[in-house]
Design a protein around this ligand. Structure first.
Ligand code: AMP
Ligand code: ZN
Length: 373
């Protein structure tokens, strides 16, 4: 038994199996229920209504510019699509999506001059989808990579589990992984820091991660560090910087942080053109097992609120995030070249470059040492 469905703007007709609930049909067609009216004759249907055999249904977009075009075929080869990318107004089959993802990464690396074929690369891997997808692409592209994983102890189960995903990935591919356990190497776990230092958890954790990754890359003589930040991450950071009009951070925000100071190894983000959903799809389609759970301490993280705000905008206008961040890089950032950069010193405690007297990480860990007793 079937029903006829007409999609409008642009017009398309399909036949669906019936009976079936409206919400199921919309989900199968990857249509946002908030962006359309579902019409049967004179009546409007809700998500819970049943479309019955022989019904004539119209799905009509209601948001200006919210054209509902359903792509079920791969844009590149015409086979059945497995993922729809509304931002690109396209769907891809598995093989063509993996190709698309790899090409976007290659384009970022080449266009931004991120990596040389002979570079010794340290890949910072958390065990999540982004950094494992990144590592996978880099290995497939033939780069010389070593993984670097920090056990942060943000959760007693979460930490060993994240390490397990990372280690399994490395073992399966026969690539080298360096593991740094903060309890052993720094003498503390992340959850202790807010009480002793007064810093919010995610801030203290971010500071620790950046410091450890930079220090390891320098101490071990790597040419460049790769980080798994994606388009959603970068757009959220940009939104935060814009909301505070933090011109110093805006001037520095970039997919490539060059090695300007002695002691600071070049840092790059090859996934900056790819969304979080795309990195998740890549990891899934490649059969990469990754830590799907969020960090147990993430609640209240401001970046998540910025992400949620951008998701809301993206939902009704696919491409908003890309336009915001990629447009910033292309058009706004060049205007910020004259923003004064603070003079750098060498941290007397750890030897890393810093704008302050002692670096922020060493200051934090000194406070922690003093207060923990
Ligand atoms: P996050 O700050 O958790 O969004 O992570 C951003 C990026 O930092 C990841 O894509 C990784 O490249 C790196 N990273 C995060 N957590 C770790 C970790 N525990 N060990 C090594 N690198 C990490
Ligand atoms: Zn320091």
């Amino acid at each position: 038994m079937t029903a006829r469905v007409v999609l409008r703007n642009p017009r398309r007709e399909l036949t669906i199996d019936a009976p079936k609930r409206v919400k199921v049909v919309l989900r199968e067609l990857a249509i946002d229920p908030d962006a359309v009216l579902v019409i049967r004759g004179e009546e409007l249907l809700t998500r819970e209504d049943l479309i019955e055999a022989d019904d004539d249904i119209e799905i009509r977009p209601v948001i200006s510019g919210g054209a509902v075009d359903v792509h079920t075929k791969c844009r590149r080869c015409g086979a059945k699509g497995v993922i729809e990318l509304r931002r690109h107004n396209a769907a891809f089959c598995k093989e063509c999506f993996l190709h698309f993802f790899t090409e976007q990464t290659k384009r970022a690396i080449e266009h931004e001059k991120m990596l040389e074929p002979t570079d010794r690369i340290l890949v910072a891997v958390s065990g999540g989808k982004d950094s494992l997808a990144l590592w996978d692409v880099l290995i497939r592209l033939g780069y010389d990579t070593t993984g670097y994983h920090i056990v942060l102890w943000t959760g007693e189960e979460y930490a060993p589990e994240s390490l397990r995903y990372t280690q399994a990935f490395a073992d399966e591919r026969g690539v080298k992984l360096i593991v740094c356990d903060v309890r052993e190497e720094l003498g503390f776990a992340i959850p202790e820091l807010p009480r002793t230092t007064g810093r919010p958890t995610c801030g203290a954790c971010g500071l620790t991660k950046r410091h450890q990754i930079s220090k390891a890359a320098f101490d071990l003589g790597f040419d460049v560090v790769c980080i798994g930040h994606n388009l959603d991450d970068e757009a959220a950071v940009l939104l935060g910087n814009v909301l505070r009009w933090d011109t110093e951070y805006l001037a520095r925000q970039s997919p490539v942080l060059p090695s300007t100071e002695e002691g600071f190894v070049k840092k790059v983000k090859p996934l900056f053109r790819l969304s979080e959903r795309e990195t998740a799809a890549y990891a899934f389609l490649r059969g990469i097992d990754y830590q799907v759970e969020e960090c147990p301490l993430v609640a209240g993280n401001t970046q998540l609120r910025y992400k949620a705000a951008l998701d809301l905008l993206e939902r009704d206008a696919p491409g908003t995030k890309a336009a915001f961040y990629l447009g910033f890089l292309e058009r706004a950032k060049p205007e910020l070249v004259n923003v004064e950069k603070p003079p750098m010193h060498t941290c007397p405690s750890c030897g890393m470059p810093t704008p302050g007297e002692t670096c922020a990480f060493c200051k934090m860990s000194a406070v922690h040492e003093k207060k923990k007793r």
